[in-house]
Design a protein around this ligand. Sequence first.
Ligand code: MLT
Length: 394
Amino acid sequence: MKLNKNFLKFSDDYFFYKISCKIKDFIAENKEKKVISLGIGDTTMPLCEAVISAMNNSICEMSKKETYRGYGPEQGYKFLRLKIKNYYKEKGINLNEDEIFIGDGAGRDIGDIQEIFSEDNIVLIVDPTYPAYIDSSILSGKKIVFLNGRKENFFLPMPNNDIKSDIIYLCSPNNPTGSVYTYENLEKWVKYAKNQGSIILFDAAYEAFINSENLPRSIFEIKDAKECAIEIGSFSKTAGFTGVRCGYTVIADDLIFEGCQVNKLWMRRQTTKSNGVSYITQRGAEAIFSKEGQKQIKKNIFYYKENTKLISNSLNEKGIWNCGSENSPYVWAKCPNDMDSWDFFNLLLTNLAIVAIPGSGFGSNGDFYIRFSGFNSKENTLEAVDRIKNLSLI
Ligand code: MLT
């Protein structure tokens, strides 16, 4: 028996796991301190009324012989896929429900999708970005090339035809920087992908946090994107489904490589390896798209964004450069006094009992940055902001 050697390429634990271990240790050693997490992007507001009521109804259905459901369709129930189809239609994107695949969260599909691509592909990843793109590329044995996201290019690096790539991960709004590619930017990415014969894996997990009507929320708003992109969406951050688990992946019929429709391969993979997402969860997700559901989740999104504004303002007052709060639930800040991201992380944790995420975990361009999340309660955010105001940086 031989182990999968790709696992041995990791020099460290998965980034978010490493942070959670550090926090656990700190709490164990400082029981008297109230630790406030502005760290991992985990939602804190309860599921909205529309979702709860739909889930309760579906539990009742499961309790009766006549309405009980066993295995659901591997691709997801049609009632949910139709709602997602309509959601796209509102953005001017026509999909057919068979191009939509329900899964148990974007995090899963982001990695699993690599299974349908050959190991000898080159993966292009923006640095800084969500670390799961890197880890899943390493696990599947692929070579990675990085594209530099820096303050100077607003953390929105653009493609360069001299760089060869086969698979491109794009996240917009970007995690961790909150930067959003414009229509013009994404047109260039689509053009590049088509020239290269590469595929874009577009992570739209934060699209609902975009504030402006003038910024794209889906790669499919761009002409020809269906021929070169897959989009991965999530209900985790938009509707508090981090613990419930539900998301979706869109692969259009027009996405064809080597004469093969890519969605057929994904369907083949899903039917073998997945038994789908629970009926109760999918009924809950369906309710997100009702009029009430939309109103209720938007209220929560607004609440989180108010938190990011509070954090951003408090950093501005301290003269700490930051961005991201406009179109994402995160604030991406330059560490003060040339501190590196782990030093600032340790200072915030030890001196203020505040957890933030060291930028280096998102790539080397994040070495001198830190990420704060707006997902805690307003009360805790206000308390954290007060602590930050009193932080001595001398
Ligand atoms: C984050 O904090 O970046 C994400 O919430 C982590 C995740 O989605 O796995």
